[in-house]
Design a protein around this ligand. Structure first.
Ligand SMILES: NC(=O)C1=CN([C@@H]2O[C@H](COP(=O)(O)OP(=O)(O)OC[C@H]3O[C@@H](n4cnc5c(N)ncnc54)[C@H](O)[C@@H]3O)[C@@H](O)[C@H]2O)C=CC1
Ligand SMILES: O=C(O)C(=O)COP(=O)(O)O
Length: 341
């Protein structure tokens, strides 16, 4: 097997976050690596180095990209005529990958599976926090409420034996399902692509979206951002949720109608725990920030030490498979461009 050039368009910070020393060393044994320190300068770096060395970027067959890499348009691709594989350290390739790239026969992989456990864990923590009324208790104590005020809190529930609805048996959804089942929750799933046999294998009941919303104490959203999933949980769907139920969203705000959700949580009828918002960063004066029955995190569900290293390991493993002529395990095709995220 001949060594091929690999251009790594990742900032030094992201490199340290994603690649363990061992993974980086493995990448170096697989390919001749040219590191682009500032991913935004990918084009300029390629221009400066093209043809310079035997491992020069014009010979690059593999390109590792990350957040911050510019869009791989025709002009950029023309600088890498030998390109055969783009490996993304993140999940959604839409911001970087163009139809032109697929048309040239370049293959694309992504590392979303590396994030699944972290995001699933945050969803489960969110679910348990809402069931135990932690946002209300914390808000009360932090804002000077009396100890006795807690007596007025709504009823609290164990997750064991409680019905939790998961919208989307996706990578992140499946990670959440595994943990929810281990905790003894009764898990129901709505997913138009899931077969009855797959639902049985997952140990969950497959139900309609309306059934899920109207019977679950917690609804968690784990669907991808497709045209048909825009505002999947809108005003009508939120109204189906029982009084006191909780909505968990660690996926994308695309999937829920944030205005309708704000009305429901502001009235106190349902509670919410959210990692994702229509406007990110969430404006400092946003009304969601002040509600006692809402738990907020700044789109950090995936960003754990282990998750990021798993993402880097996936990239290196995929490059190894590609060079060995083995099937890729995380390949995406042009359909990935229909996702909005
Ligand atoms: N907060 C964060 O840091 C992160 C958020 N995300 C978001 O989480 C969501 C899920 O990501 P992944 O688990 O990687 O998704 P994925 O790519 O695994 O989702 C595909 C799966 O979703 C299911 N699905 C397809 N159409 C559906 C529909 N109409 N309704 C319900 N389910 C449907 C199918 O089971 C399909 O296999 C995405 O919106 C993604 O952007 C992902 C990673 C990190
Ligand atoms: O890593 C994160 O924080 C994500 O939300 C995943 O983002 P991506 O799908 O890679 O744009």
């Amino acid at each position: 097997m001949s060594r091929i050039a690999s251009v790594v368009s990742v900032s030094p910070t992201l490199r340290a976050e994603f690649f363990s020393p061992a993974a980086w060393e493995t990448l170096g044994t697989l390919t001749d690596v040219l590191l682009v320190d500032d991913p935004a300068t990918l084009g300029a770096t390629l221009d400066a180095r093209t043809g310079a060395a035997s491992s020069g970027p014009s010979r690059a067959e593999v390109l590792v990209i990350s957040w911050g890499t510019p869009r791989l348009d025709a002009a950029l691709l023309d600088r890498m005529p030998g390109l055969r594989l783009v490996a993304h350290t993140g999940a959604s390739v839409k911001p970087f990958v163009t139809p032109e790239l697929f048309a040239r026969g370049v293959r694309v992989t992504q590392a979303g599976q590396g994030m699944a456990q972290s995001v699933g864990e945050v969803s489960v923590v969110f679910a348990m926090a809402l069931l135990h009324q932690l946002p209300r208790f914390h808000h009360g104590l932090a804002s000077g409420a009396s100890w006795e005020d807690a007596e007025d809190a709504p009823p609290r529930y164990e997750i064991a034996g409680t019905r939790v609805g998961v919208i989307g048996a996706s990578r992140t959804g499946r990670a959440a399902i595994t943990m929810l089942r281990a905790l003894g929750a009764e898990v129901v799933v709505a997913d138009p692509t899931l077969s009855a046999a797959d639902a049985r294998a997952l140990g969950v009941a497959l139900v309609s979206l309306d059934d899920l919303l109207s019977t679950s104490r917690i609804t968690m959203v784990h669907a991808p951002t497709l045209p048909e999933t825009h505002h999947l949980v809108g005003a009508r769907e939120l109204a189906l949720m029982p009084d006191g139920a909780g909505l968990v969203n660690t996926a994308r705000s695309w999937l829920t109608d944030e205005d309708a959700l704000l009305r429901e949580v502001a009235s106190g009828r349902i509670d919410a725990a959210l990692d994702v918002f229509d406007a990110e960063p969430l404006p400092v004066d946003h009304p969601l920030r002040t509600l006692p029955n809402v738990l907020l995190t700044p789109h950090h569900a995936a960003a754990t030490v282990q998750g990021r290293l798993r993402q880097g390991a996936i990239v290196v493993e995929e490059i190894g498979r590609f060079l060995a002529g083995e099937p890729l395990q995380h390949e995406v095709d042009a359909a990935a461009l229909t996702r909005t995220g």
